[in-house]
Ligand binder design. Structure first.
Ligand SMILES: *Cc1c(COP(=O)(O)O)cnc(C)c1O
Length: 415
């Protein structure tokens, strides 16, 4: 017997350790389309509950937008369901090429290459463009998929303290002898909702002859005056050498990602990036949906403007109610609770009140930094936010944390 009791025991023990540590992840089954209002089966086997979704990456509310669904149907009818090939054999349709051109224009770059996901884009890009003579210098809080891409690359690696430009400059000086240098950052950091100091980063990169890599997955479509991303917001549109982003968040929320940037870099990815060469093409139905998303966003800033207003309303409401928030102005709004159990208790009570918002704690965030992370969407109407606010206030009162400082909450509940 290959899968012996001994092997089974090893896995069961490890799974038990995960459970004992209180970090066992359980899926919640959603029985409706992704939207502001969803129907959830949780715990599994219980009857369906209607809740307001406050934790999707559906920033622009496009995941179930009728025009996007219609365009996807049309794409399905005209180009079929699947391509049964990677891009370079027989998996490239005219619409893949059209989408790459549209993304290039939207992000203000020279060229774009699609990947099955942004995780794949990040996993493939570094090894495709760097060698062991080169150096990658990354922010210490970059996304897990970037860390994997760095692991898969033979170039040297160093880090700088989160958003600390003095420290970055030191590292650029330290590595001035390397052939190629890449500074690596997220645009908006997903746990705190803070933004990279891209303007300063571009300045430093120019001074020290380095390239800038930006993963704008939590920004593309809504950050910046016309929603082009963090580079637009920071006044360095057109100056980023390599941008990766996802189509799985604001840009329709289905799946897919890309590397967009300097022409030669994109061409190197087409020749060498392994997830591009060895994983299947993006399905035509998804490509057709994203084309419609970009069409909607290029015509009007209505949705990102609504998102901005919703975010202001939500932050103001929570602040006036006396919650401790992470400062910022992105639609990622973390409500700080510091204690892991408190974040779980409050999340559960909110669910009972019809509000779906997940608590995060170590190891997803640092110890003593437990929180409920809410994410605002243009799919929310003010009545959704008012109802959510009412529920937060009710639960906040129950735990007596309204108007309390960080120190007071920690004294009451511990870290
Ligand atoms: C979500 C996310 C990804 C992964 O995107 P997928 O397309 O779902 O693989 C990569 N980077 C960042 C910063 C993200 O937030």
């Amino acid at each position: 017997m290959a899968y012996s009791d001994k092997i089974k025991e090893i896995y069961l023990q490890e799974l038990k350790d995960i459970q004992d540590a209180g970090i066992f992840k359980q899926e919640r089954f959603i029985h409706s389309a992704q939207d502001a209002d969803i129907e959830v089966e949780f715990p599994q086997g219980s009857s369906l509950k209607k809740v307001i979704n406050m934790c999707a990456n559906n920033y622009l509310g496009l995941s179930s937008h009728p025009d996007v669904v219609k365009a996807a149907h049309e794409g399905l009818d005209s180009r079929g369901y699947g391509m049964s090939s990677v891009r370079f054999i027989c998996g490239t349709q005219d619409i893949h090429n059209e989408l790459e051109k549209k993304v290039t224009e939207f992000l203000g770059t020279e060229d774009t290459i699609l990947f099955p996901s942004c995780m794949d884009a990040n996993a493939g890009v570094f090894e495709a463009i760097l060698t062991n003579e080169d150096i990658m210098i990354s922010d210490r809080l970059v996304h897990a998929s970037i860390i994997d891409g760095i692991r898969l690359c033979s170039a040297m690696h160093d880090t700088f303290k989160h958003s600390n430009m003095k420290h970055l400059e030191k590292k650029l000086q330290l590595h001035s002898d390397k052939r190629l240098k890449v500074v690596i950052t997220d645009g908006v950091f997903s746990m705190d909702g803070d933004m990279a100091k891209l303007d300063e980063m571009v300045e430093l990169a120019e001074k020290y002859d380095a390239m800038v890599f930006l993963d704008d997955s939590h920004a593309s479509g809504f950050i910046g005056k016309t929603g082009r991303g963090t580079h637009e917001h920071c006044g360095v549109f057109g100056k980023i050498d390599i941008i990766t982003t996802t189509f799985g968040k604001a840009l329709g929320g289905a799946s897919g990602g890309c590397v967009s940037g300097r022409k030669e870099i994109v061409e190197m990815c087409r020749q060498k990036a392994r997830p591009y060469l060895f994983s299947n093409t993006m399905a035509p139905v998804i490509v057709a949906g994203i084309l419609k998303v970009l069409d909607i966003l290029s015509k009007s800033t209505e949705r990102r403007d609504k998102l901005e207003n919703n975010t202001k309303f939500w932050r103001k409401g929570l602040t006036e109610a006396g919650f401790v928030l992470k400062e910022g102005d992105t639609p990622i709004v973390p409500i700080m609770l510091f204690n892991a159990k408190l974040s779980q208790d409050i999340s559960r009570d909110l669910y009972d009140e019809g509000i779906y918002a997940i608590g995060f704690f170590f190891p997803v965030v640092a110890k003593g930094q437990a929180r409920i992370r809410t994410q605002i969407s243009a799919g929310h109407e003010i009545h959704h936010l008012e109802k959510a606010l009412e529920a937060f206030i009710k639960v906040g009162k129950k735990y007596d944390i309204l108007g309390k400082t960080k120190q007071e909450i920690i004294e009451m509940y511990g870290m």
